[in-house]
Ligand binder design. Structure first.
Ligand code: C5P
Length: 401
């Protein structure tokens, strides 16, 4: 996606400038040609050498460069994308007003390439009406804004304004540059384990971390899809992903019944509880009243319900966490739940499934084809899942025509 793309990385003068180094490294790792441009303010926070050592070209800082008399037009015209990370309030104001005071602002005005700005500043500044008005102006002109996160800021303050994480910024860049079959598709992913209340404080839960579902959501968004993630966990939200927080199987079912009908792909990566207490106690069950009898009832099978009403052309993907008879069990779930694809993992094997950053899976398709992926990171598994969905679509299309 980013391979061979020429990306101008603008860095302005905020403490978050040090994170631009990581953004640069990730872009270069993804195969992009990165041309860094630093403002005078940025040079107070990081050295030119740091960025130059990682980037594809030396850092540029000045309009007055003897070797290239008009560097801003060359930079602006040859860029596939310009990203400004971090973008200070000053940069946003200058860009919104069309002020060309230095190499970066000149380059932003001298380009027709897509622009991504990643604001970072103190909460008071970020929430100031002048800054918000500038953001609105830039958005109305088609500039992509990667919103700052809430968290710890310089000086120990806590609030909104912290630069988005480097992987979120890189994900946003990938999504802007994406082309191909996923652009504009609606993808719904569920992630995490449901929590079924026993009383006001206790729940029946499971060990699912949600990492595999988040990786699928991030990969689909990076390919240009509009992604909704129905989640029980609080992990960093990938760029371009809308999160619908839920806790119980009933809430997850309601969210999916609402979202799935318009989705081209639904991936149920969540670990849904199979049983829940018939009734949750209103207060906290008292220990001195003795061991409680908790009566359980089955939860609805959300995925089977989606399979029964699956719209024409939608691809439905389930997961099967197994400890034995992996393929046979997964195969029967594939058929029973009317899925197009099931991703089976042997959760008893080392490094596989729940809570790990890695996974190893067997993919079984409704058309009988199957494949396996050896132990790898969950993002790589996500890529294989989406590539397999593409293959299924291609096969269906070829059969239909
Ligand atoms: O039957 P089993 O729980 O092993 O099936 C796993 C798949 O079914 C997963 O994709 C899971 O998200 C989904 N599931 C569901 N509703 C349930 C139980 C599982 O959607 N109540």
């Amino acid at each position: 996606m980013l391979a061979g793309k020429r990306i101008v990385l603008g860095v302005t003068g905020g403490i978050a400038a040090y994170k631009a180094v990581e953004v640069c490294r990730r872009l270069v790792d993804a195969g992009a040609h990165v041309v860094p441009v630093m403002t005078a303010g940025a040079e107070h926070f990081i050295g030119r050498t740091t960025l130059s050592a990682l980037a594809s070209e030396p850092v540029q800082t000045s309009l007055w460069n003897e070797a290239s008399p008009i560097p801003h037009t060359r930079l602006g015209q040859t860029a596939d994308l310009i990203v400004v990370a971090p973008a200070t309030a000053r940069l946003l104001a200058a860009y919104a007003a069309g002020l060309s005071t230095d190499l970066l602002t000149n380059t932003l005005l001298a380009t027709r390439a897509p622009v991504v700005v990643c604001p970072a500043m103190h909460t008071e500044m970020w929430e100031h009406p002048a800054v918000q008005a500038n953001i609105a102006t830039l958005r109305s002109r088609g500039v992509h804004v990667v919103e700052p996160e809430s968290g710890r800021l310089a000086g120990g303050d806590v609030g909104a304004g912290r630069l988005a994480a480097p992987d979120v910024i890189v994900g946003a860049i990938e999504a802007v540059l994406a082309d191909g079959p996923w652009v504009g598709q609606h993808v719904v992913v569920s992630a995490g384990g449901t929590r079924e209340p026993i009383d006001a404080v206790r729940v029946i839960a499971n060990r699912s971390s949600g990492k595999q579902g988040y990786a699928i959501a991030a990969e689909a968004a990076a390919r240009g899809a509009k992604v909704t993630l129905v989640s029980t966990v609080d992990l960093p939200v990938p760029a371009g992903v809308q999160v619908r927080p839920v806790e119980t199987a009933a809430q997850m079912q309601a969210a999916l019944q609402e979202l799935a009908p318009t989705a081209q792909l639904v991936v149920m990566a969540a670990a849904v509880a199979d049983f829940r207490p018939v009734q949750a106690a209103a207060g906290k069950l008292k220990k001195d009243l003795g061991v409680p009898q908790i009566v359980l009832e089955p939860t609805p099978d959300i995925l089977a319900g989606l399979g029964a009403v699956k719209p024409q052309g939608q691809i439905l993907v389930g997961f099967a966490a197994e400890t034995d008879d992996l393929v046979a069990n997964a195969q029967s779930k594939l058929q029973r739940k009317r899925l197009d694809l099931i991703v089976a993992n042997d959760v008893g094997a080392p490094g596989v499934g729940f809570q790990h950053d890695t996974n190893a899976v067997t993919l079984l398709r409704a058309d009988g084809q199957s494949s396996s992926v050896e132990l790898t990171d969950k993002r790589s598994i996500a890529k294989v899942v989406l590539d397999t969905v593409n293959e299924i679509r291609g096969a269906t299309h070829n059969t239909a025509t």
